[in-house]
Design a protein around this ligand. Structure first.
Ligand code: HEC
Length: 194
């Protein structure tokens, strides 16, 4: 077979592959050939929900304000629109929690904090057909660009199920969604308890 043929095949495969860089939104989870959840490259074009600064909600997290992390929360646009209409997360909803370092000293800044590099990216996906549970949490390997599920025994599952205001998620901390959830009466009564 001529090398030109194989180059042609390679180019075809390249163009047929999903183009993560395009503005087209990924509406559902995508998996790698190894069966891992692909890190959606366009998650920063999803709907931005909030940034927590130095939030601590577990004994192991640091409250050191000098080195507090930012966490930025993004959700798929279709899921956001559905939530605004119904007060519920539809099937295949995906969230990304992007954790970034914070800095206090730089350029003209004299007070407050601004965001630095990404230190971790975690995800959460709703799949009603999963017999092990409709929500699954993922930790992403940023070098590989893919994520593996956390085991069902991980603290993610229990904390989110117990304290998330709406269906496993922390809508109580998302200012554009909280009024909608309150209006629709979908806030769980246990959400604020320690
Ligand atoms: C002790 C409680 C607790 C544990 C444990 C926990 N989280 Fe969360 N998680 C939160 C809170 C509170 C927020 C809201 C963050 C904000 O407002 O910025 C959140 C937000 C999120 C979000 C954004 C979507 C949502 O549900 O609101 C994702 C994704 C997420 N966490 C993933 C994880 C993963 C993965 C783990 C396990 C490795 C984990 N979390 C463990 C409390 C917890």
């Amino acid at each position: 077979m001529k090398p030109a043929f194989w180059i042609g095949v390679g180019l075809l495969a390249l163009f047929a592959a999903p183009d993560w860089g395009a503005s087209r939104e990924v509406v559902g989870p995508q998996f790698t050939a190894e069966g891992q959840l692909a890190l959606p490259q366009d998650y920063r074009e999803w709907v931005y929900l909030s940034s927590g600064l130095g939030m601590t909600y577990g004994a192991a997290t640091s409250s050191d304000s000098e080195h507090a992390n930012f966490d930025n929360v993004f959700v798929t646009r279709r899921a956001y629109q559905a939530f605004r209409e119904t007060g519920a997360w539809p099937d295949k909803t995906m969230f990304i929690l992007e954790i970034r370092s914070s800095h206090a000293k730089g350029s003209i800044n004299h007070g407050g904090h601004y965001q630095g590099d990404v230190t971790a990216v975690e995800g959460e996906m709703k799949d009603k057909s999963n017999p092990r549970g409709k929500w699954t949490f993922f930790g992403f390997d940023l070098d590989k660009g893919s994520g593996t599920p956390f085991p069902r025994t991980a603290a993610c599952y229990s904390c989110h199920a117990r304290h998330g205001a709406v269906d496993n998620t922390f809508v109580q901390f998302y200012p554009t969604l909280l009024p909608i959830a309150l209006k629709k009466g979908v806030i769980k009564p246990v959400a604020g308890e320690p």
